[in-house]
Design a protein around this ligand. Structure first.
Ligand SMILES: Cc1cc2nc3c(=O)[nH]c(=O)nc-3n(C[C@H](O)[C@H](O)[C@H](O)COP(=O)(O)OP(=O)(O)OC[C@H]3O[C@@H](n4cnc5c(N)ncnc54)[C@H](O)[C@@H]3O)c2cc1C
Length: 429
């Protein structure tokens, strides 16, 4: 009898722990073929004169894939690395490896769902099923106390009802044994140049993060063992008083860490060290993350309360705006804004308070359309995640679904922080 082979299509779920798709594929097949596509779509330039993936995130991605590869190699297999789009390569792959079914984690943002819809259509013609899993959120949608269509648009209500009535499931264990489809050639990990970056592209050698499941788990464990105090830095500027940042987002965005794993390790740490404001902040952040993903699932592009949203997205008029260029390069003349923007450009990360400030400044002070900021963050952020990025930008611009709620974004407060920061800088000078 023909053996059952399942192709496990890795996307933003680059881990072995808490990976239902992987556990199910192992259980339901005789052998599995893990595959990752370096899709050229994600390495293009945009009409905003930005890259879809900047050098910092590309580097973090390569490290994360290398770590996934190593994890599979330790189990006697590998992950097949391909350069090309899944839409173009999938049909040949399933034929070549005699695949019976393809598994993947479902995404929510329009670009990502379009890719899986195309793959699903072409697999359908080959009579092969694409099975969807949920692995990106803290709460599974079926465990929420409301159907997707009734999820409250106001974050405070979503939080209250979800925390009260939904449960966070326990994590799936990392597999200890896997039977891999026999294969000779697993493909080379591309170089930055293969992904289209200029030779000698400028990535600081001392990056604060390295990609991959083990690095993420280690970071989380260190953070929790020290009672989450290690990142509390001396306060120099008023904006920094907004505080603690776990810096987990890069690993969460690529799925090197599962939100459930973070949740349960935080709960364990609370048991060991007692609760604290920093632990609470991590858990609150995970809820915000879920909220934006569920909002995109519920509304799609209608999340943006702006009639001309699609038109703006394809407009190029702001590229030559000198104010936008100064903002991007950290040359606005406002010390704190410039400090954050330079940090973003160099390392691909700034804490939430910094993101709120630079976004507020662009939209409400420089009066540049918010989509220009969102695509710039998409280029630069190491932790770029479509729902979190576009959702937060829309809230700052006042065009998100919960834009009027004080729990979401308080423009007066942000402007006050900006003003105080400017006078702090003047008194320091
Ligand atoms: C304009 C703007 C753009 C943003 N773009 C992104 C993005 O592309 N990717 C991204 O992960 N976050 C984004 N955020 C949300 C937030 O700023 C980052 O998640 C956070 O700064 C990451 O730092 P941390 O890991 O130390 O967060 P912590 O405060 O320690 O929170 C723990 C985790 O919760 C999640 N989280 C926290 N706050 C939010 C939030 N407001 N929205 C969604 N998730 C949250 C993140 O996964 C984070 O790692 C954006 C915020 C703004 C204002």
């Amino acid at each position: 009898m023909k053996s059952k082979r399942i192709l496990v299509w890795f996307r933003n779920d680059l881990r072995l722990h808490d990976n239902e798709m992987l556990v199910e594929a192992i259980a339901k097949s005789d052998s599995i073929l893990p595959v990752y596509f370096f899709d050229p779509h994600y390495f293009q330039s945009t009409n905003f004169d930005t890259a879809k993936t900047g050098a910092n995130r590309a580097q973090f991605l390569l490290e994360s894939i290398a770590a996934l590869r190593l994890a599979f190699q330790k189990l006697g297999g590998d992950v097949l690395l391909l350069q090309g789009s899944p839409e173009e390569l999938m049909a040949d792959l399933v034929e070549k490896y005699e695949i019976s079914e393809v598994y993947h984690h479902r995404e929510v943002a329009p670009e990502e769902t379009l890719i899986s819809t195309k793959v699903e259509d072409l697999l359908w013609k080959l009579k092969i099923n694409l099975r969807h899993f949920i692995g990106h959120t803290l709460y599974n949608k079926e465990d929420l106390p409301f159907p997707i269509k009734d999820i409250p648009d106001v974050f405070a209500q979503f939080k209250k009802k979800t925390e009260r009535d939904a449960i966070v499931k326990s994590c799936f264990l990392s597999p200890e044994e896997i039977i891999f489809v026999e294969n000779e050639e697993w493909g080379e990990l591309p170089s930055m140049a293969d992904l289209g970056f200029e030779p000698g592209v400028d990535i600081p050698s001392e990056q604060p993060f390295s990609g991959g499941e083990d690095a993420g788990l280690q970071h989380l464990k260190d953070l929790l063992v020290e009672g989450a105090d290690i990142y509390l830095k001396p306060v120099k500027h008023s904006a920094d008083k907004q505080g603690f940042s776990s810096r987990l987002s890069g690993w969460l965005s690529l799925g090197c860490l599962s939100p459930r794993k973070v949740y349960w390790l935080v709960k364990e740490a609370e048991g060991a060290f007692g609760g604290n404001a920093n632990f609470n902040q991590i858990l609150l952040g995970l809820l915000w993350r879920d909220y934006f993903r569920f909002m995109f699932k519920k509304h799609g592009i209608e999340f943006f309360q702006e009639p001309d949203f699609e038109k703006e997205l394809f407009s190029v008029t702001d590229n030559d705006n000198p104010e936008l260029q100064k903002w991007k390069t950290g040359n606005t003349g406002h010390t704190l804004i410039d400090k954050y923007m330079q940090e973003l450009n160099e390392h691909g990360f700034i804490p939430h308070a910094g993101r709120l400030l630079v976004a507020t400044f662009l939209v409400h002070v420089l009066k540049v359309h918010w989509t220009n900021g969102a695509v710039y963050f998409e280029d630069k952020l190491i932790d770029y995640a479509p729902a979190s990025n576009w959702g937060n930008w829309a809230n700052v611009a006042g065009v998100g679904k919960d834009a009027k709620s004080k729990n979401t974004f308080d423009l007066d407060k942000q402007i006050k922080i900006l003003e105080t920061a400017v006078s702090d800088a003047a008194s320091l000078a």
